[in-house]
Design a protein around this ligand. Structure first.
Ligand SMILES: C[S@@+](CC[C@H](N)C(=O)[O-])C[C@H]1O[C@@H](n2cnc3c(N)ncnc32)[C@H](O)[C@@H]1O
Length: 305
């Protein structure tokens, strides 16, 4: 099968709305909210995340600032007898997997995030890397073209199945291995990676400290990480995807940037670079409503051992 190049992907047809999730364990429900002024998702199917007082959101009105684009059609109007169902990341991404690559916000990420990844990838050649939360493998080609050996991990079997379908030749050659595994179940203590990339996954992770501890366990001393996500200051409450008039809500967790930085430092990751981007510094933002809060961020990290 031909590898889909980024430029060949056709977008839109799916609207994803992000919001916040008030709870964590797998599929569960929350009481209906009185007000959901939707905002469309952005990058990722993503996330929001919850910090400690997020439980307080439950039962209260939720409002969104239109992180990307308000989409009134997808504003849920649920009655008390019809509570909103919140899916785990695994189940939620399984549900939206077929729509992920055609989601209209992919173009936003390709224009704004992809160049940063490409820049970072320049000195990653003939090395051994991992993509945590690889999804449908949208960022793999850059690294495969540079003769890297890559392990892709994803908790969603449907996402990883699509990823495998895109890269059969690399899988046959053994340069790409795709694993339907949560980061927390990676157990390859014999192999340490030269680099790790994880794009728009942190907001799917409730236990960020455990996530960073796992990165530490699987990376070489001197190895680099590229970690990016929707900025936690964006005013959305949980991940909401509207696909063919079906609303999918995925649990999400917002981790304050300061907390993320502290945890990286605690686990001996040097923050080589941190950047966050306001609307004015990005492309394809004309439909994004607010411009006073950063839209996304990325870290480049080096494990000091
Ligand atoms: C927003 S998508 C990003 C996919 C890909 N990184 C990209 O840039 O297109 C988030 C992905 O993280 C995966 N994910 C969420 N929690 C995970 C976990 N604990 N371990 C591995 N993958 C996870 C989801 O299944 C989903 O495919």
């Amino acid at each position: 099968m031909e590898i889909k190049s980024i430029n060949k992907i056709n977008y839109p047809r799916t609207n994803l709305n992000i919001a916040f999730t008030p709870k964590k364990k797998s599929d569960h429900t929350i009481p209906p909210q009185k007000t959901l002024d939707g905002m469309t998702i952005m990058a990722i199917p993503i996330i929001a995340a919850i910090n400690h007082n997020q439980e307080a959101i439950r039962g209260k009105n939720i409002t969104f600032d239109g992180q990307f684009q308000p989409n009134s059609k997808s504003i849920p109007k649920k009655s008390n007898s019809n509570p909103i169902q919140i899916y785990s990341a695994k189940d939620g991404y399984n549900k939206i997997a077929d729509h992920y690559d055609t989601w209209k916000w992919q173009k936003f990420w390709e224009e704004n995030e992809m160049p940063l990844i490409m820049e970072w990838s320049k000195n990653k050649k003939n090395s051994y890397g991992a993509d945590i939360g690889v999804g449908t493998g949208r960022n793999l080609k850059i690294f495969l073209d540079n003769n890297n050996q890559i392990d892709g991990f994803d908790i969603s079997d449907e996402m990883i199945t699509i990823c495998k379908q895109k890269y059969p030749d690399y899988i046959d050659k053994g340069t790409l291995n795709c694993y339907n595994l949560s980061i927390f179940d990676i157990n390859n203590s014999n192999h340490k990676y030269d680099w790790i990339i994880s794009n728009r996954v942190v907001s799917n992770i409730e236990d960020l400290e455990k996530f960073i501890q796992t990165l530490q366990k699987i990376i070489k001393v001197g190895g680099e990480c590229f970690i990016s996500d929707v900025h936690p200051d964006r005013n959305y409450d949980y991940t909401h995807l509207n696909i063919d008039n079906n609303d999918i809500y995925i649990e999400t967790y917002k981790h304050p940037i300061q907390q993320i930085k502290q945890l990286f430092e605690k686990y001996n990751f040097e923050i080589v670079k941190y950047e966050e981007f306001l609307k004015d510094n990005l492309k394809l933002t004309n439909t994004i409503k607010t411009d006073i809060k950063p839209i996304f961020y990325y870290f480049i990290l080096k494990y000091k051992g």
